[in-house]
Design a binder for this molecule. Structure first.
Ligand SMILES: [Fe+2]
Ligand SMILES: [Fe+2]
Length: 242
């Protein structure tokens, strides 16, 4: 089902960009210097293509159709995932608020950015794992080929809102960013390479409709409140202002 496959592929690109941002954060450990231009590229990618395009596909394309097709099985799942989306948006706003100060070398801004970015990486990975392991299999089970057509038509409308004509695709931008981050970190801290094989290039290769559900690290059940409530999420604590 193409509508589901697109979300799978976007989860793979998302994981790769998360890995790259994490690498940039690791790279500053020895000298407290953030590669701010690349961190900003990653932030903009998340804002436009994870928070923007991808989550709109889910919220305005997939979720409404799921709720129509099997309301009793899907509503609690989709409402929980919407709260995750809101939670991730908050982390992006925290990162955005600090990126300029971090770029100018302000230590407090850099530490706040790093803390928010680490929290974002953690919840986005968990979110993608849960969707691959639970949401998308559920969608495959209940949706029909006709639903697929309807969702794809909605995706096209969403793409027109988010993508500019002629610009590189989100996947192309992701690949460019991943390569730049790898090159920069290799120049600064070769000891950080090779990136552990565990996750770094996971999901690459021939696209498949089968998502990375096997990777779902203990992806617990969607809808369990502790996964989605802000208060219960891994805490974001900004460093204290000196
Ligand atoms: Fe989502
Ligand atoms: Fe997703």
């Amino acid at each position: 089902m193409r509508a589901i496959q697109i979300l799978c592929e976007e989860h793979r690109a998302l994981r790769d960009v998360l890995d790259s941002l994490e690498l940039l954060l690791e790279c500053q450990r020895n000298d407290d210097r953030l590669e701010a231009d690349l961190a900003l590229d990653a932030l903009e990618w998340f804002e436009r293509f994870a928070d923007g395009l991808h989550q709109d596909r889910e919220e305005f394309g997939l979720f409404p159709r799921l709720e129509q097709r099997a309301p009793e099985r899907t509503r609690s799942v989709t409402s929980s995932l919407m709260r995750w989306h809101a939670h991730e948006r908050e982390r992006l706003e925290q990162m955005r608020a600090q990126i300029v100060g971090a770029a100018y070398g302000d230590a407090w801004s850099r530490d706040c950015f790093t803390a928010a970015a680490r929290a974002y990486i953690e919840i986005q990975r968990e979110h993608a794992d849960i969707e691959d392991a639970q949401l998308l299999p559920l969608a495959r089970e209940v949706l029909t080929p006709e639903d697929d057509e309807i969702i794809l038509a909605e995706y096209e409308r969403i793409e027109r809102r988010h993508l500019r004509a002629g610009e590189p695709t989100p996947a192309e931008r992701a690949n460019r960013l991943i390569a730049s981050a790898a090159q920069r970190v290799l120049e600064r801290q070769p000891s950080l390479f090779p990136v552990p094989a565990k996750d770094s290039r996971r999901g690459r290769g021939k696209p498949s409709e089968q998502c990375d559900a096997s990777r779902a690290r203990g992806a617990t059940r969607v809808g369990v409140p502790k996964q989605v409530g802000t208060a219960e999420r891994p805490g974001f604590r900004a460093p204290r202002n000196p």
